[in-house]
Design a binder for this molecule. Sequence first.
Ligand code: GLN
Length: 306
Amino acid sequence: MQMHTNIAPILESSLAYAGGFLNTGRVSQYISNLAAANPAHLGCVVMEPGGVTHKAGDWDVHFSIQSISKVISLMYALKTLGHEVVFDKVGMEPSGDPYNCLIKLETAGEKPFNPFINAGAITVISLLAENTPFDEVLDFAGRAFGASVGVDEDVFAQETHAGTRNRSMAYLMASKGALGENVETYLSFYFRLCAVSVNAAHVAHLGAVLASGGKCPHTGQEIVPQWVVRTTKAIMLTCGMYDGSGDFAVNVGLPAKSGIGGGIVSCGGGLGIGTFGPALDAKGNSVGGIKTLWHLSEKLGLHTFV
Ligand code: GLN
């Protein structure tokens, strides 16, 4: 295991560096709750093995996990249903398209490309939703985030109302037999999971679970088996930042998953990292989060490919 010193000052300098780029981003306009976020917010938490945490900036501001939920749904589906069942219905290839794109559902066969674009996540959730109560997945999310977490009902309501594009892709998949018939149940499950409210410390805990091969950083208790973490991190590296995944893999070199709420979960060198910055780039990834992770990766030597 890599040893890290000086994490606290490096974290501060990473946020100072990243803060200079926030004005190049824009908060999501998808729902009014996200549009009301403060684009100047930027926070980050780094968690070491054993659970020692370093917190900086606006780490305690709550936000909805949005697409970070796709890590939760994938891990829980792999853990409870297994590799075969999940990858029978969803691929593991980068799509190179925006997260909410429908084009390949018509032109490239029935299977969504991967579990981290919306079509793939809705497919994974459709498998879970048939037999798993939402609260069971919420409990699992709480174990992964290191604290019990709840749904922001306002975000859920707004997203249910605004989700016409997600609804379109779900019905398109159902029309081809690629999704079961309880489409509204799957969508509601998906929207609820996107609306789970966390702060950067919760996200860093999830990062630490991924960093440690699936164990709680405080207790060492298994949250998911090691093979689930390996599969999830591989897909995070190749698909976690949507059509910005290649750039991120080259320049930052860490598995990561973003959400349009402004969060990014990442890990490397045994560390769990959670960032929050709601100003997004054109691909829907947090500008401040990417710059913070780049700086941390450079200064702490975290790049996967040395
Ligand atoms: N809830 C959002 C959606 O379904 C999540 C997208 C994201 O975070 N990239 O469009």
